[in-house]
Design a protein around this ligand. Structure first.
Ligand code: CUA
Length: 334
């Protein structure tokens, strides 16, 4: 009918058909009732029409079965939508255990991607097909929103906070990347593409343009350059807590609460160290707010993630496979 016209973007991730099925179900239910009500209005208007201007309608005093029916049926339909949507939502929110980690920053008006092996890309993202990919990102200025229509995933990029999306591409090809939150003059130009490749082609691409070593190696360099290593000793006897084997584990804070050591907590502790102080330590750490770029913060976060054995450092990155960060659970089991 309209060549080249598609109602929805291509389905190119494992979650895309599931999101679409739910969407079509909700549209179908809505359309069914819209049509049923419209047809009933027209049929009754025709059937009970009268030319008598003084006619008065019959007085009706309700019907228990009818009222129960129009309460219970919509209630059941809503619950079906709720349960189905929750199932899809949780899978969208929870990445699988083994993911390929990629960092990104949004700024007016571009997307900057950082692979943990060291490659940088702007407005382009290369990923392998058939592998779960998690993108952790923040914004350097205003609100943006990372949207991969073909993967049916979207999340806001929020200044001062990490967000993440995950997807597993199912088809080789190039797909759109959009900014889906109005962010100023060139918002409409804040677009890019994601290139889904065969794993072997992806490996070849990865070994292409690495500059300055892996992200974790850069993080380790910063960790030494900024003298973090003088306080965060790996034996736990430093002025700051040891960071070895901590990623993904709970942290007891001085105010009595417990947080999980995740990307956001590490970032927050670098930029506002006094905010959530680890129990048993003095508030000695200086803030690095304004002194580190988001890329540098990501490098430090990635370095902390790789510290999962005494004396461990960047060397463990290769043991986990190229571009692979073991999930927190796997780290704890080592
Ligand atoms: Cu960035 Cu709109």
């Amino acid at each position: 009918m309209f060549p080249g016209f598609q109602l929805l973007p291509e389905q190119a991730s494992t979650l895309a058909p599931r999101v679409d099925n739910l969407y079509f179900f909700i549209v179908a239910v809505t359309a069914f009732f819209a049509v049923a009500v419209t047809v009933a209005v027209i049929v009754f208007a025709v059937k009970y029409r009268t030319d008598d201007p003084l006619a008065v309608g019959a007085s009706i005093h309700g019907s228990i079965p009818l009222e129960l029916a129009w309460s219970i049926i919509p209630f059941v339909i809503s619950l079906v939508i709720f349960a189905w949507a929750s199932d899809v939502f949780f899978d969208l929110q929870r990445p699988p255990n083994q993911t390929l980690e990629i960092y990104a920053t949004a700024k007016r008006w571009m997307w900057k991607f950082q692979h943990i092996d060291g490659q940088n890309e702007i407005n382009e993202l290369h990923v392998p097909v058939g592998r779960a990919v998690k993108v952790t990102f923040t914004s350097e200025d205003v609100l943006h929103s990372m949207f991969f229509p073909a993967f049916r995933v979207k999340a806001d990029a929020i200044p001062g906070r990490y967000s993440s999306v995950w997807f597993q591409a199912t088809k080789i090809g190039e797909y759109h990347l959009f900014c889906a939150e109005y962010c100023g003059t060139s918002h409409s130009g804040m677009i890019g593409k994601v290139v889904v490749m065969e794993p072997s082609a992806y490996q070849a691409w990865l070994s292409g343009g690495a500059v300055g070593g892996s992200l974790a190696a850069r993080g380790e360099q910063l960790f030494n350059d900024l003298a973090c290593n003088t306080c965060h000793l790996s034996d736990g006897k430093g002025r700051g807590p040891s960071l070895v084997n901590t990623f993904g584990a709970p942290v007891q804070l001085s105010n009595g609460s417990v947080v999980t050591m995740n990307e956001s907590y590490v970032r927050e502790s670098i930029l506002t160290p006094q905010l959530k102080l680890v129990a048993g330590y003095q508030p000695l750490m200086p803030t690095f707010q304004g002194l580190l770029t988001e890329e540098n913060v990501m490098a430090l976060v990635e370095y902390v993630k790789t510290l999962h054995a005494p004396g461990a450092g960047v060397s463990t990155v290769s043991a986990a496979g190229p571009g692979e960060t073991p999930p927190p659970a796997a780290q704890e089991n080592r």
